[in-house]
Write a protein that binds this ligand. Structure first.
Ligand SMILES: Cc1ncc(COP(=O)(O)O)c(C=O)c1O
Length: 392
């Protein structure tokens, strides 16, 4: 089947109905938004058909997680990641960000340290404080040259671990750098986790969107069986199939004790499953694969388009996104932005393009650019950025 990733879908104009989106309605009408991480593509037709059938039923009372969904995720995991998970390991939740907070509440005690690496998707930086835990952070090693990537600094990570540290909030593939961590980096991480007796929440939300041909995701708990009993893996169809507004995600917790503890402590803190989200998730995992493959082709093309443009922006360095539709750009040495307090603000004001501010990820001077949009919208936004960043 041919899927349409080219025709722009109106998300802001009143003709789009009264359906405001964070991405398109936060800024003035003339701004092109390449910030919040959702895509401007229509979800797979297979998902929309399933949702239509569910909506036609017309009764939206309390639902249950269907066994068929649990089995579908087991099959997806075995086929794509070579990890045989069980239906009962799955706790379906209203989102990955809620799951990060629930995990902190459920698996640690007040005053325990919750550690994460920066730069990182901003909610990671808020979890500890919001749940009354001790926030702990350590920086990744930034690339020293244009052909290098962000690296995990194991020495710095170990130095950041204190007797209070209890939980590591981990992200693979990594938002915002797009890194798909190498096995040796992860092996070092696994050793530290064991040595310091930590629990890990592994946010693997972007794992279905590996961009390099032949690249394969290995869940942390599958690559390092010694971590299985101390790891909670977070997955969702929301990034892959553009379903974020249907608020449905899954925590995979193989260890029965950890699972029971998590389930007991989060009781009452989350709504029952979103009946539409559960339907969409099952259709996506069961029948969305051809659409996902087509999407990956489009994203690879967009990554290439973006990389070419960035070479024309003096002083701008993009770490090559190995995954997902988010690019992480270092603008600290861009002469066009010299003296600007915030590149994000300067580009919003001078180019009319909304990007995510690196400061929110723990690294001022950087921006994150979402290229999960149509080619024409991406080109239009890059043309606007050109007018500022190509100038000397
Ligand atoms: C790494 C990561 N985790 C979590 C989320 C948000 O997940 P959810 O919408 O399920 O809360 C995002 C969204 O961009 C993300 O990139």
């Amino acid at each position: 089947m041919d899927y349409d990733f080219a025709t722009p879908v109106e998300r802001r104009h009143p003709a789009a109905g009264n359906w405001p989106s964070q991405k398109w309605h936060h800024y003035a009408a003339e701004v092109l938004p390449l910030w919040v991480a959702d895509m401007d593509f229509v979800s797979p037709p297979e998902v929309i058909e399933a949702l239509r059938a569910r909506v036609d039923h017309g009764v939206f009372g309390y639902g249950l997680v269907p066994d068929s969904l649990r089995h579908t995720l087991c099959e997806w995991s075995a086929e794509h990641y070579g990890w045989r998970i069980e239906p009962e390991w799955q706790l379906w939740l209203p989102g990955v960000v809620p799951a990060l907070h629930l995990a902190s509440l459920a698996l640690t005690e007040p005053g325990d340290g919750v550690l994460t690496v920066t730069p990182i998707y901003p909610p990671f930086l808020k979890v500890a404080e919001r749940t009354g835990r001790l926030p702990q952070q350590v920086a990744l090693r930034a690339p020293a040259a244009a052909d290098e990537t962000w690296r995990l600094d194991l020495e710095a990570l170990e130095a950041a671990i204190t007797p209070e540290t209890r939980l590591l909030l981990w992200c693979q593939p990594h938002n915002p750098t797009g890194r798909v961590w190498r096995h040796d980096e992860l092996a070092g991480l696994a050793r530290l986790v064991e040595r310091h007796d930590l629990l890990v929440v592994s946010d693997e939300l972007h794992c279905d969107l590996l961009l390099d041909e032949g690249a394969r995701h290995r869940p942390l708990a599958a690559a390092f069986p010694e971590l299985v009993a101390r790891t909670l893996t977070l997955w969702a169809p929301s990034k892959t199939f553009n379903l974020a507004g249907l608020t449905t995600a899954c925590a995979v917790i193989p260890d029965a004790g950890l699972r029971r503890r998590f389930a007991a402590r989060v009781r009452g803190l989350q709504p029952d499953g979103n009946v539409l989200g559960l339907v969409a998730a099952e259709a996506a995992y069961a029948r969305g694969e051809p659409w996902r493959q087509a999407l990956l082709e489009v994203l690879r093309g967009h990554r290439h388009t973006l990389a070419e443009r960035v070479t024309q922006w003096p002083g701008t360095v993009m770490s090559p996104p190995e995954s997902t539709y988010l690019a992480w750009l270092d603008l600290r040495r861009a002469p066009a932005l010299e003296g600007a307090a915030s590149p994000q603000q300067a580009l919003l004001e001078r180019a009319g393009v909304a990007l995510s501010d690196g400061a929110d990820f723990g690294w001022p001077g950087f921006i994150r650019l979402n290229f999960g949009t149509t080619a024409s919208q991406l080109e239009a936004a890059l043309d606007r950025l050109d007018t500022v960043l190509r100038a000397q």
